[in-house]
Each structure stands twice: as structure tokens, then as C-alpha cells.
Design a protein around this ligand. Structure first.
Ligand code: FE
Length: 342
């Protein structure tokens, strides 16, 4: 007897009419590449609203990916939460996520910020911006030499740009977006010109690039927007008085926007609770919390950003669907390698 037949017989006898997860629906297991301090308040709010406990496992995105692969169908994970559409795309490509049907998510998360096949949804937005030294980069410099990202390769910025390694998925996705907007030849020339403009060999994370601008090692840095907002709210705020943020945009490409997001795992033991958690994370309540905690832009169109972020005003954003960052990732990595962006 085939498994299918067994299931049919059980269904006919009514045994399968009991929700499969009834015994354990009181909890859901979350694998999170985001730190506990950031996600815990959201999970507590979910538990309060639903009665469902969340068991949290946090690790680096790559480690969670490997763990899901190794655990296979025995994985206790219900939801994978990670940053960057490139990482979400990789997880989906590796078969780690399942397609879901959610009228709420489809109505709430703009199509640009989710997987067309429903395997992951963006839950917060971040722009890859330029933080610069206002004393060394004048308004005229900006107006004349920095509209879109392409001009970061302008020789006027020779030896003045700080950016982390191209090992970072943040930079791989930015390069992918440049490919998607301008084509591979332009992207390749741009990457070479940008490397020429480096103030120093790439090192450290995004915060360290901002610190390089503050210390005078660089005049411009390429960083995710929330790092700047977080530092402005930290004990480093005074130190950053001579800096400002700029969102590159030209006629072709607006500010590069990426996502953090989540998907229900392929072998989720509690798929209904998993989807309920993701839907909650997209809800106005969770979106407000998220915005205040990490200064990302809400993905929910009706939720306001944090006060600091609101001060930046409206931003012209790139409209390339973020799934393209995953699809073009191999091309982006090759371009970065050939350009010597280590
Ligand atoms: Fe980050």
C-alpha cells in the first residue's frame, strides 16, 4: 500500500481531521540570524497575542543554513529569519523553505520585497546609503559628483571611499542591483573604478566604515542605513557630529533597498504556527516595534519609520524586485573578484 493510499484511508475515517499539530501547536521554533535583543520583544508580543511560545535559536545566517541542510526532515525549525534577499534566495534555492499561501502577506508585503513563489517575505527594509564627512565633502561636491552609485567610481573620490569586503552579502546584493539596472559591462567598469577609489583595503563591518569617516581615514562610506541611525542613538553620537547620510539616486537607479525576511521551513513541524508568526511580524504592531528597535524602514506601507529615520525625509528607491539580488549573486561575486574588491 502506498503512503498516499494510507493517508486517504485515514482521511476517510476522519483520523486526519484532527489538526496535525494540535498537541504541540503551543510553540513554534524560530531559527534567527538576527540577534536575540532585536527579535525577543517581537516574539514576546506574538506570544502575548497568540498564546504560542517561540523557541529561539540564534546563529549567523550561514550557520543556520548549514544546520537546516544537515538536519533535513528532522529539523525542529519552523521559521528561518535572516537578512538580505541574497541569503533568503539561497535558502529557497537549497530547498530549505516551503511556499505558503497567505492573503495577508500578499496584501501587506509589496511584491518587490518578497519571493514570487511565496517561499519568503521581506519584513523590514534597509537602504545601502552613503555616510560622508560634511567638512570634506561639500554640497557642491555631492551635487556635481554624486548622484547615483555609479559616481562612487568617479576619480574625484580617489582614495576616499570606505566599504567593507565583498564577502558581505550586502555588497554582493548592491553589485547585483547595479547589474540589474545598468547591465554587466557597466557594473564591471563601476566595480573596478570603485576599488580604485578605496581609502584602504576593506576591513570590518558597516559601523567600522562610518568610524573611518569620523576618524578622517575616509571621506565617504557605503553602509546600511540602520547602522547610521543606531550609532546616532548611541554614546558615539557626539563623535559623529560632522557626518551626514546620502541616498544615491540617478535617473536609472534609486537607493538600493534590501530586506530582512522570513520563510516557513520545508520540514516545519508546526507550519500553521510558523505562518502565523510571519504574518504577525508583518502586522502594524510588530512593524512599529521593529522600526523603533533597529531603525529599519517598515515593509508595511502604513507604518511610520522611527523618528531618526523619518528625519531623513522621503527617499527615491530602486524598484528592482529584491529576488534579482539572489539570481544575480553569482555574477556579482565574479565581478567583485575580478575588480579586486577583497
Ligand atoms: Fe546588518
Amino acid at each position: 500500500m502506498h503512503a498516499m493510499t494510507v493517508a486517504l484511508v485515514l482521511a476517510m475515517t476522519g483520523i486526519l481531521l484532527v489538526p496535525a499539530n494540535a498537541a504541540s501547536a503551543e510553540s513554534v521554533n524560530l531559527y534567527s540570524a538576527r540577534k536575540e535583543a532585536l527579535v525577543r520583544p517581537l516574539l514576546d508580543a506574538f506570544t502575548e497575542a497568540s498564546g504560542t511560545e517561540v523557541r529561539l535559536v540564534t546563529a549567523k545566517g550561514g550557520q543556520l543554513h548549514q544546520r537546516l541542510l544537515a538536519e533535513g526532515e528532522n529539523s525542529p525549525a519552523d521559521v528561518l529569519l535572516t537578512v538580505d534577499a541574497g541569503n533568503l534566495w539561497r535558502a529557497a534555492e537549497a530547498g530549505l523553505l516551503r511556499a505558503v499561501n497567505s492573503a495577508y502577506l500578499d496584501a501587506t508585503v509589496p511584491a518587490t520585497y518578497r519571493d514570487p513563489d511565496g517561499r519568503w517575505y521581506g519584513l523590514s527594509l534597509r537602504a545601502r546609503a552613503v555616510v560622508y564627512a560634511t567638512e570634506r565633502v561639500s554640497g557642491t561636491d555631492l551635487a556635481d559628483h554624486l548622484d547615483g552609485y555609479l559616481e562612487l567610481a568617479d576619480p574625484v573620490w580617489r582614495g576616499r571611499v570606505a566599504v567593507r569586503s565583498s564577502n558581505s552579502i550586502y555588497n554582493q546584493s548592491l553589485i547585483a542591483a547595479v547589474i540589474a539596472n545598468y547591465g554587466p559591462e557597466v557594473a564591471e567598469r563601476w566595480a573596478h573604478g570603485l576599488v580604485e577609489n578605496f581609502a584602504r583595503p576593506p576591513s570590518g563591518g558597516d559601523r567600522d566604515q562610518i568610524r573611518a569617516v569620523v576618524s578622517g581615514e575616509a571621506d565617504l562610506s557605503i553602509v546600511n542605513s540602520y547602522y547610521y541611525a543606531v550609532l546616532l542613538g548611541s554614546n558615539e553620537a557626539d563623535w559623529m557630529a560632522g557626518t551626514a547620510i546620502y541616498f544615491p539616486a540617478d535617473a536609472q537607479m534609486g537607493a538600493h533597498v534590501n530586506v530582512s525576511g522570513a520563510g516557513v521551513t520545508r520540514h516545519a513541524p508546526h507550519p500553521d504556527a510558523a505562518l502565523a508568526l510571519i504574518e504577525f511580524l508583518a502586522s502594524p504592531e510588530a512593524q512599529s516595534l521593529y522600526a523603533e528597535l533597529n531603525h529599519e524602514f517598515p515593509v508595511h506601507p502604513d507604518v511610520a519609520p522611527s523618528g531618526v529615520v523619518a528625519e531623513w525625509g522621503s527617499i527615491t528607491t530602486d524598484d528592482i524586485p529584491v529576488v534579482q539580488f539572489g539570481r544575480l549573486n553569482p555574477d556579482a561575486v565574479r565581478i567583485a573578484d575580478r575588480a579586486g574588491w577583497n
